[in-house]
Design a protein around this ligand. Sequence first.
Ligand SMILES: [Mg+2]
Ligand SMILES: [Zn+2]
Length: 233
Amino acid sequence: MSVARFDLWRFRNIVGTPSSGLRGGGSRLGFRAQCGIFARRLIGAYTGGQRKTELTTLLSGQNRRPAAFLDRDGVLNIDHGYAHRPDQLDWVAGAPQAVRLLNEAGYIVIVVTNQSGVARGYFSEAAVKLFHATMQERLLAAGARIDAFYYCPHHPEGAIPQLSIRCQCRKPAPGMLEQAAQDWPIDPARSFMIGDRDDDVSAAQAFGIRGIKFDSRNGSLVDLVRREIASTG
Ligand SMILES: [Mg+2]
Ligand SMILES: [Zn+2]
């Protein structure tokens, strides 16, 4: 069993997961329940010690840390359009190195990604989770780590009725960032978000942090991250 899968199993046993009955009732649930259910389906890779430290820090309310919110498609992996299979994972140049630099600088590294392909019926949430687990395994092999993955499976005009809602987690709404701020000891003043679309920048601004637009064809993610660490870290 891989580290990521083992820790996902353990995380579920600590926090618990919503019942499958709840999952089908998105439109009947309040905002926090809706976004929380999806947001909590994160795949982390922690050692027990690190997790314990996070919880202790969170409870004490001290030692808040800067967070780097990263869009996924077009920032970490090349945007092939609705990528969801492990063989569709191709890193944007330098992405693992950029994540490692953020890890080493003490940032909480959080992926926030719209995955409307789930609502559209193109792929399942299980596929999203497998894709994220694959990313994490390859990052760990490169000495890097994503602390949490948050994804929005909704779209107002999807094909799966229970996911075809106007949610508050789909960017440009800030729901995923807000959920992350409840789950992690984040210092917004030192945090930033990198995305390749205007909706990413808008979500960051709605949450109250700086949003930086990134174009992998015209820039280096590693250089961008170095600059941000130097200016906010
Ligand atoms: Mg993107
Ligand atoms: Zn959503």
